[in-house]
Design a protein around this ligand. Structure first.
Ligand code: 1GP
Length: 252
């Protein structure tokens, strides 16, 4: 089974999937390993590894190696650029930053990464990355030199997500950026999830169970938390429980 199929199976079985993000530069490899273990024990369905600005390629590669030894859930690359591609990822979210108009993040980095991914044999999951205004200047916004979609403009997010679907992308990621002051507005999550057929991932600024549940009830198929994994790992279990609202068929 591919990692993508595993994610879809989780979404169908548990109602939504919980993805936890590790930034390879924020903590030591040992601390990140402990966090990964805590994520898996709390019920996370996969671990994402990535950052807007990587400081150490060696540590990034070492982290993938280590995570495979200690967790059974998929370890998925979530790269800020082509330089973060590693051979040991179970899959990569092959992101195109459709919300921006920076050609390097729309197609330039992807052209650099594609041959390397083929050489490594890493599973590629084509994903539209939509940056939504968050209330503060996040690393994602700064590093991408793009303007986010305004919070009060769900129609713009809907049109971008539908364009992603029509381009053949398999996931759409609504993101306010790591450490964002505000998460993606729930009304925008609902508008996008109702409008497109591809699964919606929501990340950025989700720090508690209530917010996570709200996004899932609005139609998010996956919730990502990163900062909480680092700062407040005691909360992982309650967020995981809030995300996993139960099988879609049971609720239908
Ligand atoms: C960032 O969506 C993720 O890409 C996670 O954001 O660190 O705010 O949880 P947080």
């Amino acid at each position: 089974m591919t990692t993508f199929d595993q994610l879809m199976a989780v979404r169908d079985r548990r109602g939504a999937g919980y993805l936890t993000l590790l930034d390879p530069d924020r903590l030591s490899i040992d601390e990140l390993s402990q966090r990964a273990q805590a994520c898996a024990e709390a019920g996370a369905d996969a671990i994402l590894v990535g950052t807007s600005l990587m400081l150490s390629a060696t540590r990034n590669a070492a982290l993938f190696d280590r995570l495979h030894e200690i967790v059974d859930i998929p370890v998925i690359s979530f790269p800020g650029d082509a330089g973060q591609v590693v051979p040991k990822a179970d899959a990569i979210l092959f992101l195109s930053m459709l919300s921006g108009r920076n050609p390097e993040l729309l197609i330039g980095q992807q052209v650099r990464a594609a041959p390397v991914l083929k050489e490594y044999g890493v599973e590629v999951i084509s994903t539209a990355y939509l940056l939504i205004e968050s209330g503060t200047l996040t690393s994602t916004e700064y590093m991408s030199t793009t303007r986010p979609i305004p919070r009060a403009k769900p129609d713009i997010a809907m049109a971008h997500a539908l364009a992603a679907q029509y381009l053949g992308m398999r996931l759409v990621y609504l993101e306010t950026g790591s450490g964002a002051a505000q998460s993606v507005p729930t009304s925008m999550v609902k508008a996008v999830a109702d409008y497109v057929d591809i699964p919606v991932i929501v990340g950025g600024g989700v720090r508690d169970a209530e917010t996570a549940r709200e996004k899932v009830e609005a139609g998010a198929s996956f919730i990502v938390t990163g900062t909480t994994v680092e700062d407040d790992p005691g909360r992982l279990r309650e967020i995981s429980d809030a995300v996993h609202i139960g099988s879609r068929s049971q609720r239908a």
